[in-house]
Design a protein around this ligand. Structure first.
Ligand SMILES: NC(=O)c1ccc[n+]([C@@H]2O[C@H](COP(=O)([O-])OP(=O)(O)OC[C@H]3O[C@@H](n4cnc5c(N)ncnc54)[C@H](O)[C@@H]3O)[C@@H](O)[C@H]2O)c1
Length: 247
């Protein structure tokens, strides 16, 4: 399970699930570019934690929804390190609302950040991975891509789109030794879910066979597996990490 010598880019790596993934990859030997869009302080804290555990990495600001910035960022990473082996598309937002009330800009914002952001990042790295004769991409989806969720038409559509993109890319790039998979978390305790009241969390918990909410580390462990030698024959899959909430 050694990522020594590998260069990884984790989008939205400053906190939550992205932080746990960044730390896990760095712990296992990768040099991790911790991307953030706005929260420089949190990204610096992630890097501090990586260095503290003996890992290597650097923070790297860009907005995944901006095509040009992403192209430049990927180019800069390759120029600096000479390679790019791993991309984890973790950056995501939710702007919830019922369809009857949803503003056009809330639809556009979520699609731009979550779906176009994944396209932008994949588009920016695949040529380098083809040149290297291999690479791994993990896209973070969500259980709601499969189940739907009232109040999340934009978010669930963006995540379902990510899963379609993942499967098409896996078909296009299998012959180039590039594996692309998606991880679909269920209910994970992060800032994204912190707004829920205790009784709402208890209600969700009662529907989870494992009887607990997930942690960012639960997701990071599965992402790490998909980046391992052992997962070399896994591509185009959606792996659910949800305690059994959906099966
Ligand atoms: N928390 C959950 O229960 C849960 C469940 C399913 C899926 N997910 C997904 O997991 C991923 C991580 O979520 P989280 O719970 O850690 O949330 P979070 O809000 O703590 O982290 C998301 C990160 O993405 C960054 N980001 C957002 N838009 C960006 C952009 N345009 N460019 C660069 N960075 C950007 C944010 O700044 C933030 O650091 C997201 O894709 C989310 O949709 C979360």
């Amino acid at each position: 399970m050694n990522l020594e010598g590998k260069v990884a880019l984790v989008t939205g790596g400053s906190r939550g699930i992205g932080r746990a993934i960044s730390m896990r990859l760095a712990k296992d030997g990768a040099h991790v570019f911790v991307n953030y869009a706005r929260n420089e302080k949190a990204a610096d804290e992630t890097l501090r934690m990586i260095l503290e555990q003996g890992g290597s990495g650097e923070v790297f600001p860009f907005d995944v929804s901006n095509y040009k910035s992403v192209q430049e960022a990927a180019g800069a990473i390759v120029k600096k390190k000479g390679r790019l082996d791993i991309l984890v598309n973790n950056a995501g937002i939710s702007v919830d609302g019922l369809i009857a009330m949803m503003k056009e800009e809330d639809w556009d914002r979520v699609i731009a950040n979550n779906l176009k952001g994944v396209f932008n990042c994949c588009r920016a790295v695949v040529r380098q991975m083809i040149r290297q004769h291999g690479g791994r991409i993990v896209n973070i989806s969500s259980v709601v891509a499969a189940t739907g969720n009232a109040g999340q038409v934009n978010y669930s559509a963006s995540k379902a789109g990510i899963e379609g993109l993942t499967k098409s890319m896996a078909r296009e790039l299998g012959s180039r030794n590039i594996c692309i998979n998606a991880v679909a978390p269920g209910f994970i305790e992060t800032d994204m879910t912190a707004f829920l009241k205790e009784e709402e969390k208890e209600k969700v918990k009662s529907q989870i066979p494992l009887e607990r909410l997930g942690t960012p580390e639960d997701v990071a462990g599965v992402v790490r597996f998909l980046l391992s030698e052992e997962a070399g024959y896994v591509t185009g899959q959606v792996i659910h990490v949800n305690g059994g909430l959906y099966m």
